[in-house]
Write a protein that binds this ligand. Structure first.
Ligand code: HEM
Length: 523
């Protein structure tokens, strides 16, 4: 939690305000929906007014929440400045509330900076549960239905091959090539736009910048206006309101970018149909501006894909035996005379299990995206009042020892049965993990993201060897993989840059020769 960015003065001010307006953390007695005066879920004791605020570190706060979950149980509550937060720590409690009681737990907390200011109320991921959310999701589902997803396969395969070609000529720059891959998949499917290179493309850098700003705005405590929403109304010339001018500038940049991309989709539509060009003709009952923001929201997802894809590369360098086993499976099924394709997937259970383990092992959104409740509720003897922010600690859920024994081990076999076939866990019949959240807010891009990462991994394993760099004494540098080696602060947690030696596997060169790199932004 980046509360450290709030000065002490602000902390005192907010604490005082909290007490003045009577922000109450403790469940008020006499609530007719809580006749037995049931308590909130348990949690660590805190100080008056500010509650547990000072116990929550500025970075990697999910690790502290996990400690509390281990101590107080699978459902806990914490008090931050009088704001009630309930945290769910096992697959079962998260599914009980978010899936089985989704009618109550599908709202979002109020994010003034992210929702009202940056997204102008048009970001489906942070907008409250209601009509706008339903309309936007309907449009998104139409663009991501199974037929559309199948039509995206050739784009994902082609861009995986471009990644191989690009990285083989500049292996040290692999991070930008991964960024290019993830951005080009999203830009081609959503806008019919072909990304040239990370550096030359007119949109990609702006998209990553916009995603970083947006994710940063969601970090708890990043902006005082999220604690005192009335600050939204102070004029931008007001002393101390520099944040307001800055955020207005960001909002304008996003608006310009999203509208420009919408226009590009309109122009590209005649040669290359895309989610947005279809949306323009079908309309889905949306205005152009709404469609532009739906596209803009989705255009921010390469950051999450980038984080997972880099996590995969890191895991391969750290656990060469897993890489070897996956390569043996690929070579046996695909052979060495063609690239892998989606058609191979059912015959590559180890590769699929390995991708699932990447998703589980270091979740890119360790706390998912917070939900909020809209009705008073009772669960397992605890009272959860309407308006509570409820967080699924994906970090803890993915380390639940009953579902994932020895959670620190990177072990794809946990997703396979004794015959080496894919198995489905009890809690998550299809995915085997909870990276994409829950219930009516479940990520609508889950299947597409899964495809994009799977086919990328299959191509990398088929074509490349990822090895450890050597230090000056010739010793292998084993990349550290502890949780602190992953970034913190916004929504997507990335591995910090790590050394990695990338080389082409024998016989691959001739296939790379046939791949054409996109020449210019207009290509
Ligand atoms: C590995 C990549 C991705 C990860 C880890 C991820 C994860 C998530 C998570 C955790 C949520 C919140 C779920 C909840 O509240 O319970 C979410 C929401 C969302 N995701 Fe993804 N996502 C990824 C890629 C994508 C892609 C590729 C798209 C679109 C093509 C997408 C579109 C969305 C949208 C529109 C929402 C908002 C849903 C809502 O609030 O109703 N995501 N995602």
């Amino acid at each position: 939690m980046s509360i450290s960015s709030i000065s002490e003065l602000k902390v005192i001010l907010v604490a005082l305000l909290g007490s003045l307006v009577g922000v109450g953390f403790y469940v008020s007695r006499g609530n007719p929906n809580n006749p037995k005066n049931l308590p909130l879920p348990p949690g660590p004791p805190g100080l008056p007014i500010i509650g547990n605020l000072l116990q929550v570190p500025a970075e990697h706060y999910w690790l502290k929440f996990d400690e509390w979950i281990q101590e107080y149980g699978p459902i806990i509550s914490v008090n931050l400045f009088g704001k009630r937060i309930v945290i769910l720590g096992t697959p079962k409690v998260a599914a009980d509330l978010f899936d089985r009681r989704s009618a109550i737990y599908s709202d979002r907390p109020r994010w003034v900076m992210a929702n009202d200011i940056l997204a102008r109320g048009m970001h489906v991921g942070v907008v409250g549960y209601g009509d706008t959310h339903r309309r936007f999701r309907r449009a998104i589902h139409a663009g991501l239905q199974p037929k559309a997803l199948t039509s995206y396969h050739s784009i994902e395969e082609q861009n995986s091959r471009i990644f191989l070609k690009e990285v083989s000529s500049r292996p040290k720059d692999f991070r930008n090539s991964v960024k290019r891959y993830t951005a080009s998949v999203i830009m081609a499917t959503m806008y019919g736009h072909k990304v040239s290179t990370f550096e030359a493309d007119p949109y990609v850098k702006r998209i990553f910048a916009s995603a970083a700003r947006f994710a940063g705005s969601l970090a708890p405590g990043a902006f005082l206006v999220d604690i005192i929403p009335a600050l939204k109304y102070i004029p931008s010339w007001f002393p101390g309101a520099k944040w307001k001018r800055g955020s207005a500038e960001w909002a304008k940049e996003d608006y310009t970018l999203f509208m420009e991309m919408l226009e590009a989709a309109r122009t590209n539509g005649s040669k290359q149909s895309s989610f947005i060009s279809e949306g323009l003709s079908n309309a889905y009952g949306l205005t152009d501006e709404e469609l532009a923001y739906i596209g803009g929201t989705i255009s921010q997802t390469p950051d999450t894909l980038m984080s997972v894809s880099s996590g995969f590369l890191l895991a391969m360098v750290r656990w060469p035996e897993v890489q070897k086993r996956a390569q043996i499976e690929i070579d046996r099924i695909v052979g060495r005379r063609r690239f892998p394709t989606f058609a191979d997937r059912t015959n590559l259970p180890y590769v699929t299990a390995m991708v699932k383990e990447v998703f589980r092992w270091r979740p890119v959104a360790p706390l998912g995206v917070p939900h909020a409740s809209t009705k008073d509720d009772i669960y397992n003897g605890y009272f959860i009042p309407a308006g509570t922010t409820v967080i699924s600690s994906i970090w803890s859920i993915h380390r639940d020892p009953n579902t994932y024994p020895n959670p620190d081990d990177f072990n794809p076999d946990r997703f396979l049965d004794e015959n080496g076939n894919e198995k489905n866990t009890e809690e998550s019949k299809v995915l085997g993990h909870h990276l994409y959240g829950f219930g009516r807010r479940l990520c609508p891009g889950a299947t597409m993201a899964d495809h994009a990462v799977w086919v990328f991994a299959a191509h990398v394993l088929w074509a490349l060897n990822l090895e450890r760099e050597l230090d000056e004494d010739g010793n292998e540098i084993i990349p550290p993989v502890d949780p602190l080696q992953f970034t913190s602060g916004g929504e997507a947690s990335h591995p910090v840059p790590f050394p990695c030696k990338i080389s082409i596997r024998p016989g691959v060169e001739e296939f790379l020769d046939e791949i054409e790199l996109p020449g210019s932004p207009q290509d």
